[in-house]
Ligand binder design. Structure first.
Ligand code: EPZ
Length: 440
């Protein structure tokens, strides 16, 4: 296991290109199961979650050609053996997003057996809405030895379009919407998904499916209308930039009071985050030289005021403030001039970073799904550990700003979602090293 050792207090300078989105790539890769033709994706990030999805698709009869050395890392996935319908526990347990093969397998191959994902460090993470949606399309679903076993109805084993409501206690479900959308594109007749997730990753999936021949209206809104087709073709598609990685590097610049440039920056997908950063005193502005600004993949400059202002923030489904940037924002607010409040409306227990930030001298009071962040003058380096991807990112940011040395243990969590974060930060001038944990 690796650890990061960060000597804090350095200011950052330079340019970072935001990678393709992890959370968009995972359901896009699973969409390869919907066609007999090859699907090529560009800008898929090099992350452990992506490697696990590649492994999973391999066990499901896909041939995968990954051109690692080419810019944009094209990945071609060709589903050549449709007889495989079981997603094994040993892979799905490493990556909850393995669940997003369920819809594609069921609708294309007529049946699926997918290990039921367990809870994880950020909460229980049920999949009842995924199953409710697929049942509404006629699937028969049972649970057997920890596996979800699903069969499409009738002699032709084909799902049937229906009116599906996907709202749950915390709003819609992102991967649940991906699953039901991917299933509905090959169902007989029309499907209407109400309370669909509006996240940019769902829009990207709808874009890809449309290129493959699917008929989808309303992507990016809570109402998706899908007219099923008999078959889909292959396609060539570039993954959207990772809005969470982008937001993390905004916070890295802000917490070190640095001015950096971010390329391939998805401004449109980050409206709420840019609004909250701006209230703190962090400005995200187009970096162009007079050319029209690309709000989906433009270059921006990050500048931060000398004094950080305290704010109130609620995490919410898109277009609200993303839960996946909550930990990073909390680290920043630890150094604001006053009391901030963060309320987690998606995963009420997603606060693993709180106890670790306290070890670094933060002043935090948790009350159920809310944390009051009282600004302190400085954070102090310490050995810390986090058992969640974004909590780890928040701790790295705290380490960049802290006085002294911070050791972040178990960085494999970070490697699930950030491509070589230490190299990116080193290139910006941070003092951060990856070491083998045994040597710490
Ligand atoms: C996706 O998870 C992301 N993962 C998460 O990113 C992200 O935090 C989350 O969406 C919310 O934005 C991927 O895209 C791979 P949900 P997902 O289903 O789809 C409840 C990261 O750090 N719910 O939208 O699994 C659920 O408990 C990760 O990159 C049900 O009640 O999340 C939560 O409160 C972590 N029943 C809310 O809905 C269900 O069947 C939203 O969860 C499904 C979800």
């Amino acid at each position: 296991m690796d650890a990061f050792i960060i000597k804090g207090g350095r200011s950052l300078k330079g340019t970072v290109r935001v990678h393709g989105s992890k959370n968009a790539s995972l359901p896009l890769m699973a969409a390869a199961l919907l066609t007999d033709s090859p699907l090529t994706l560009h800008d898929v990030p090099d992350l452990s979650d992506i490697r696990n999805m590649t492994r999973l698709l391999g066990t499901l009869g896909c041939e995968i050609d990954l051109k690692d050395s080419d810019p944009g890392r094209p990945v071609t996935i060709h589903a050549t053996d449709p007889s495989q319908t079981a997603a094994p526990y040993d892979i799905v347990k490493t990556m909850r997003a393995g669940i997003c093969v369920l819809g594609p397998l069921l609708t294309k191959r007529g049946k699926a057996r997918v290990s039921m994902p367990g809870g994880c460090a950020i909460g229980d993470r049920p999949v009842d809405l995924h199953l409710r949606g697929l049942r509404a399309l006629g699937a028969e679903i049972t649970l057997d030895a920890g596996d979800i076993v699903a069969t499409a109805p009738g002699k032709d084993h084909r799902l049937i379009g229906a009116h599906v409501f996907l709202g749950g206690p915390s709003g819609s479900t992102v991967l649940g919407t991906a699953n039901v959308l991917s299933a509905a594109v090959l169902a007989k007749g029309q499907t209407i998904i109400e309370s669909a997730a509006c996240e940019p990753e769902i829009e990207d999936l709808a874009d890809l499916l449309t290129k493959m021949g699917a008929r989808i209206q309303g992507a990016g809104s809570p109402r998706l209308i899908i007219d099923g087709v008999d078959e889909l073709s292959g396609a060539d598609h570039r993954v959207i930039p990772d809005r969470i990685e982008a937001g993390t590097y905004v916070a890295a610049a802000a917490i070190t009071r640095s001015r950096i440039t971010l390329e391939n920056f998805p401004t449109d997908a980050l409206g709420a985050a840019i609004d909250r950063f701006s209230a703190v005193g962090v400005q995200v502005t187009p970096a162009g030289n007079g050319e029209p600004f690309d709000r989906h993949r433009g270059s921006v400059t990050i500048r931060t005021a000398d004094t950080l202002k305290p704010i109130q923030v609620f995490t919410q489904p898109h277009p609200g403030f993303p839960t996946d940037i909550q930990a990073q924002l909390m680290s920043l607010l630890c150094l604001a001039d006053g009391n901030s409040t963060i309320t987690e409306k998606i995963f009420p227990d997603r606060f693993l970073h709180v106890a670790e930030l306290l070890r670094m001298g933060a002043d935090l009071t948790r009350n159920g799904p809310s944390v009051v962040v009282s600004g302190v003058r400085e954070l102090i380096g310490a050995p810390v550990m986090a058992s969640d991807l974004r909590a780890s990112a928040g701790l790295v940011l705290a380490g960049l700003a802290a006085k002294g040395t911070t050791t972040i243990n178990r960085v494999y969590h970070l490697d699930r979602g950030y491509e070589r974060m230490e190299l990116t930060l080193q290139a910006l001038g941070a003092d951060i090293q990856r070491v083998k944990q045994d040597s710490v």
